[in-house]
Ligand binder design. Structure first.
Ligand code: HEC
Ligand code: HEC
Length: 316
């Protein structure tokens, strides 16, 4: 008789039963028990549910396949947090059905788009993305401006998911275009998540380091090129004003360089993006040099210019 005969390895039935028991206990402890715990389903308390109009916009986003070019998840990597803002938290997705995390970034991540632009920017960008980024391969969604939201489909969808909505919101929805709904959805993304900026340039910082492009050959010309590609969509091709105010009055000998430099670096929450995370100080400085050259013959403010940030008027 070999001494192995009593070993568990020579008893297939017992061995199988024990293996099953181990796998079962392991699965319960590592998978099923956590699934039932509340802290595995975090919520962001400040995040309010979608309104009917935002939800309708989300349906347009799904239908048009925006998710094929855009992700909605910022990974916890420094480069991503620098570019987009705070990384995505589990709680942000609590009410997302289906998730729109995406897997492909032909265009930038959108999970922090909500606090970045004004509504008017989105309305114009969807109709003509190339106005804001000349080389953009994002399609023009012109037809969305002519299509009214299908309110009954939105209602059915919201009911199906058990989401609450106000009856008067639903009535208002019937008069909205899909373009407006999509913009409302954009403004709602990332709501409840504090905006985070890893780098900033302060006035003290500027006082110490100054403008590195100051007095450099060709700085104003390079600044002009950057201005056309990065700023002209909002401030006009010659800084004459468009969605945002003209900058032609800023130039001249009494220009407050520090103010302009720090403003370009930091932007304005919800209105103008910050550029400190996408541009070097030299580049920001070059734009300042360009803006300096715009003075004296101040261009008239065009009639249409609006700096009203809360406007819900459709564009004509
Ligand atoms: C073919 C790929 C593609 C598709 C499809 C696409 N986009 Fe884009 N999108 C881009 C690219 C590239 C950019 C960056 C350049 C620009 O601003 O146009 C961009 C930029 C954006 C921005 C500005 C992001 C920022 O931080 O400045 C928003 C908002 C946006 N897209 C929303 C949408 C929505 C909503 C849809 C669907 C209706 C959509 N996109 C469809 C490629 C795409
Ligand atoms: C998405 C649109 C947008 C883009 C892009 C943008 N801006 Fe702005 N900018 C604004 C808005 C809106 C304001 C006004 C904010 C306010 O009223 O508080 C503003 C204000 C400013 C101001 C302050 C003007 C003043 O008189 O106080 C400066 C300077 C400025 N922008 C420069 C730039 C430069 C340079 C760029 C490109 C690198 C740029 N902006 C890109 C929207 C934009």
């Amino acid at each position: 008789m070999s001494e192995n005969q009593n070993s568990i390895f020579s008893r297939p039935l017992l061995f199988s039963v024990l293996v099953l028991a181990v796998i079962l206990v392991g699965s319960i402890v590592t998978a099923f028990y956590p699934l039932a715990r509340d802290d595995m389903h975090p919520r962001i308390e400040e995040r309010t549910p979608y309104t009917a109009i935002e939800f309708a916009g989300r349906d347009v986003y799904l239908r048009e396949g925006c998710v094929n070019c855009h992700t909605q998840t910022v990974r916890p990597l420094k480069s991503e947090v620098l570019r987009y803002g705070d990384y995505s938290k589990g709680g942000e997705s609590a009410d997302e059905r289906p998730f729109l995390w995406g897997s492909r970034r032909t265009g930038p991540d959108l999970s922090r788009i909500g606090g970045k632009y004004i509504e008017e920017w989105h309305l114009q960008h969807f109709v003509n993305p190339q106005k804001f980024a000349a080389v953009s391969n994002m399609p023009k969604y012109t037809w969305l401006a002519d299509r009214l939201v299908d309110a009954s489909a939105t209602e059915t969808h919201m009911k199906g998911l058990g989401l609450e909505y106000a009856a008067e919101d639903m009535t208002a929805l019937a008069e909205m275009t899909e373009l407006q709904a999509l913009a409302a959805y954009m403004l709602s993304i990332g709501r409840g998540v504090e905006r985070l900026s890893l780098v900033e340039i302060t006035y003290e910082d500027f006082d110490t380091n100054g403008n590195p492009a100051s007095g450099q050959d060709g700085a104003a010309v390079r600044g002009r090129q950057l201005f056309v590609s990065e700023c002209s969509g909002c401030h006009g091709i010659d800084a004459e004003g468009d969605l945002a105010m003209p900058l032609t009055g800023l130039g001249g000998t009494d220009m407050d360089e520090g103010y302009v430099f720090v403003t370009i670096a930091g932007g304005f929450e919800g209105m103008m993006p910050n550029f400190v995370s996408t541009m070097t100080r030299m580049q920001i400085g070059s734009i300042v040099e360009y803006l300096k050259t715009l003075n004296e013959d101040v261009v008239e403010t065009p009639e249409e210019v609006t700096t009203d940030m809360g406007s819900a008027e459709p564009i004509e």
